[in-house]
Design a protein around this ligand. Structure first.
Ligand code: C6P
Length: 414
C-alpha cells in the first residue's frame, strides 16, 4: 500500500494553520509530534461522557474510565511486545521514567566504586539522573565516545568501557541530534555478559520504528506519548517483572498500596505499586487512541517514509555550499531516524530558526538538551534541526531549502 501522506495530513487539524502569515510547515516532531483528530477527540469524549476517577468508584462512569485506562496499557504493552500491563508504569514523560529507574532500581543497587555507563550522545534526561546518582552513591560515570566522523558510537571506546564492568548501562536507541540508531540489542547482550542492568531511552525510537523489548532484552525502556501522536504529560517506564518485583516504590500514597495500618503498609501489585495518587487518566486514554492511530499507519511504513525524507533532506542540504549536516552520512541512512541537524556557515542556530519562522517553518535550534554532545563533542555552540513524521513531505523540505538560501543571503554566507 502506498503511504498516503495527503490523507494522513487531513487527520491533523493544526496542519491547516498559518504561522507568521504563511502556511505552517511543521518540522519539529522530535520535540513533540502533532496530534490527530482521533486523539483530540478521545480527550474530549472522556470529559464529556465518562469523566471519573479510576480504580475507586463502584459506578459505571468510573468503571468505564478504568477500563479505558487499562486498555491503553494493554496497547502500550503490545506495541513494544511486553508481557503485559504489569510491565507498563505510566509516568509524566521519558525524563521521569529515566529518573524513576535511577532513583529506584539504580539507587538501591549501585554501590561505592561501581561504574555506570552511558554515551556522549545522550539527552540531558539520560545524563543528569546518572550524574546525580553517581555523586550520591560514590560511583563513577563513564561515557562511550562518539566517532564524530561517522556520527556513531566508537567501538573501541565501547569495549574499553564495558571492560570496567558497569552495573548500569543506559543508552539511547536513537540520538535526537545525530539521528543515529544505536544497536541496543548488541550492546544489551554485551552489558548483560558483564552483569549490568540495561536501560534504553526510546524517546526518539518508539515513535518511528518497531521496537521489541524481548528481542532487545533490555531491563528498562523509557519513552513519551507526546512524541508519538499522543498527549503531553504521559510517559512510559517499561521494566521486566523481576526487576519491578525487587524494586521499592519511589512515591507513597493512594493507589500504590494494598493495605495501610497505623504502623505500616503493604504494596499494591504491578504496575500500580509505582503509580501513587490519581493518574493522568485523560492522558492514558488519549495515549491508547494514539497507539491505535500509529498502528493504523504501520510503524514499518512510517519508518520507510521518514527514511526517504531523511535521504532527500541529506541530499538537498548536501548540495548547498556552507551547509553542514551531522550524523551518519547518506550511505548509512538506514541507521538514522527522521531528523537532520545542520548549520549554515557561522550563523547562530537561533537566527536560522527565526528566518525559518518568518517563512512559516517550525524547526528546533540550540543545544537540543544534549549540551555535552553539541558543545564538547561536535564543538558547536548551537545547531538547527529539522525533524520529520508521517505527515511531512518532500515539498516541505524544499521549502526548508529555500529558507536556508534566505539565511545565506541575510547573513551573507557564501
Ligand atoms: N527531546 C527534542 O527536541 P521528554 O521531554 O521527557 O518527553 O523527553 C526527553 C528526551 C529523552 N531522550 C531523548 C533522546 C530525547 O530526544 C528527549 C526529548 C526533545 O529533542 C525535547 S528536548
Amino acid at each position: 500500500m502506498p503511504f498516503n501522506v495527503e490523507a494522513i495530513r487531513a487527520d491533523f487539524p493544526i496542519l491547516q494553520t498559518k504561522m507568521a502569515g504563511k502556511q505552517l510547515v511543521y518540522l519539529d516532531s522530535a520535540a513533540t509530534s502533532q496530534k490527530p483528530k482521533v486523539v483530540i477527540e478521545a480527550i474530549r469524549d472522556y470529559y464529556v461522557r465518562y469523566n471519573a476517577n479510576i480504580h475507586r468508584g463502584i459506578y459505571e462512569l468510573s468503571e468505564k474510565a478504568t477500563e479505558a485506562y487499562i486498555q491503553s496499557k494493554e496497547k502500550a504493552a503490545r506495541l513494544i511486545n511486553a508481557d503485559g500491563i504489569e510491565n507498563i508504569v505510566y509516568t509524566r514523560n521519558a525524563t521521569e521514567s529515566l529518573n524513576l529507574v535511577a532513583l529506584t532500581y539504580a539507587a538501591q543497587n549501585v554501590r561505592k566504586g561501581d561504574h555506570i555507563l552511558i554515551t556522549e550522545m545522550e539527552h540531558h534526561s539520560n545524563i543528569v539522573p546518572w550524574q546525580l546518582l553517581a555523586n550520591r552513591n560514590n560511583a563513577t560515570l563513564d561515557y562511550i565516545k562518539v566517532d564524530v566522523k561517522t556520527g556513531m558510537l566508537d567501538r573501541n571506546s565501547l569495549s574499553e568501557c564495558m571492560e570496567k564492568g558497569p552495573v548500569i548501562v543506559s543508552i539511547t536507541q536513537a540520538s535526537n541530534v545525530l539521528g543515529t540508531i544505536n544497536d541496543v540489542k548488541v550492546i544489551a547482550k554485551d552489558a548483560h555478559s558483564h552483569g549490568a542492568a540495561v536501560i534504553v531511552d526510546g524517546a526518539q525510537s518508539i515513535p518511528h520504528m518497531k521496537v521489541d523489548v524481548k528481542d532487545i532484552d533490555c531491563d528498562f525502556l523509557a519513552f513519551s506519548a507526546h512524541k508519538m501522536f499522543g498527549p503531553t504529560g504521559l510517559g512510559v517506564m517499561y521494566a521486566k517483572s523481576d526487576m519491578l518485583d525487587k524494586m521499592e516504590p519511589l512515591f507513597g500514597g493512594g493507589d500504590m498500596i494494598m493495605t495501610v495500618t497505623l504502623k505500616s503498609h503493604t504494596w499494591n501489585g504491578l504496575p500500580w505499586k509505582f503509580e501513587a495518587g490519581t493518574s493522568n487518566i485523560e492522558g492514558g486514554i488519549a495515549f491508547g487512541a494514539a497507539i491505535d492511530y500509529l498502528n493504523g499507519l504501520g510503524l514499518a511504513a512510517i519508518d520507510r517514509h521518514e527514511k526517504s525524507l531523511t535521504e532527500y533532506a541529506l541530499k538537498r542540504l548536501g548540495e548547498i555550499e556552507g551547509v553542514s549536516t551531522f550524523g551518519p552520512d547518506l550511505k548509512y541512512v538506514d541507521k538514522r531516524v527522521g531528523l537532520v541537524a545542520f548549520s549554515v556557515g557561522g550563523v547562530h542556530a537561533h537566527d536560522i530558526a527565526q528566518v525559518f519562522n518568518d517563512n512559516g517553518i517550525a524547526i528546533r535550534a540550540g543545544h537540543h538538551c544534549a549540551m555535552p554532545l553539541v558543545r564538547e563533542v561536535l564543538k558547536r555552540d548551537s545547531l538547527a534541526r529539522m525533524s520529520f513524521y508521517a505527515y511531512n513531505t518532500k515539498e516541505e523540505i524544499d521549502k526548508a531549502v529555500d529558507a536556508i538560501e534566505k539565511v545565506k543571503k541575510v547573513f551573507k554566507v557564501c
